[in-house]
Design a binder for this molecule. Structure first.
Ligand code: URA
Length: 237
């Protein structure tokens, strides 16, 4: 917790006196409302402070876990599309955050959002072979040799994929239910892998990333700050 005037003066490089005047004249908003109290204590990790409508970004690292819903895209801005940042609670919003990799618009599940490039690199670097686990449902007839094809590392376009693990939870009926573990992140990889073995994916959910498992108490569309243990787990990879 930090006093509002100190917070602004630290980040804006203005003197405490100038900041007090800015506050008095109504130029400062705290979490969306004008705040004229310079002494108020704010949470520098959560509260949003604006000067003349522009949010101040606290440079501290932030790590967010979201249960991404369908219908939102992972890019920072895509004209006409709702993004994961549009649905982030205001107290988690920062100007400098980005998603660690991307999920398709219709994919749901575990998504990490941060402003820490090093952290993101640990999870995304192809050298690290970070495991990603997905649950999928789809239509079609699963090829008999699907599990072997996944294990051997299939050819997808010009890429030879790394070995993956396919678990068949249910097949032969109207909807195949499958679980897959991959260790890379090519464009539409899971959908394309399943397509190659006869399945058109109708539902895809990421269950885990780098050993971090989706917290089922986090409802679709919700997000929270990662716990210290969760952050450490990724840094220990
Ligand atoms: N593979 C896909 O095909 N889509 C995703 O969103 C993630 C992995």
């Amino acid at each position: 917790m930090i006093r509002l005037d100190k917070f602004i003066s630290d980040l804006s490089m203005e003197t405490r006196k100038t900041v007090k005047n800015m506050i008095k004249s109504g130029r400062i908003k705290l979490n969306g409302s004008v705040c004229k109290n310079a002494d108020i204590k704010i949470d520098e990790n959560r509260d949003i402070v604006e000067i003349d409508g522009k949010a101040l970004t606290y440079s501290k690292k932030i790590y967010i876990v979201m249960n991404k819903p369908a219908g939102v895209v992972c890019s920072n801005s895509e004209p006409g599309e709702k993004t994961v940042f549009d649905i982030l609670p205001q107290n988690l919003m920062r100007k400098d955050i980005f998603t660690v990799g991307r999920l398709d618009k219709d994919t749901v599940g575990l998504l990490i959002i941060t402003n820490d490039g090093d952290f993101s690199h640990r999870l995304m670097s192809p050298k690290k072979h970070i495991e990603k686990v997905y649950y999928a449902e789809g239509k079609g007839t699963l090829s008999d040799n699907a599990q072997n094809m996944f294990e051997e590392g299939m050819q997808l376009g010009r890429s030879r994929l790394k070995p993956a693990k396919l678990e068949i939870l249910e097949s032969g009926g109207e909807t195949a239910k499958l679980r897959v573990i991959i260790s890379e992140g090519k464009y539409h990889q899971v959908k394309r892998m399943f397509y190659k073995v006869g399945i058109e994916v109708t539902y895809l959910k990421r269950l885990s990333l780098g050993g971090l498992t989706l917290d089922e108490s986090l409802k679709e569309g919700s997000a929270r700050i990662m716990t210290e243990d969760e952050i450490e787990q990724i840094f220990n990879i």
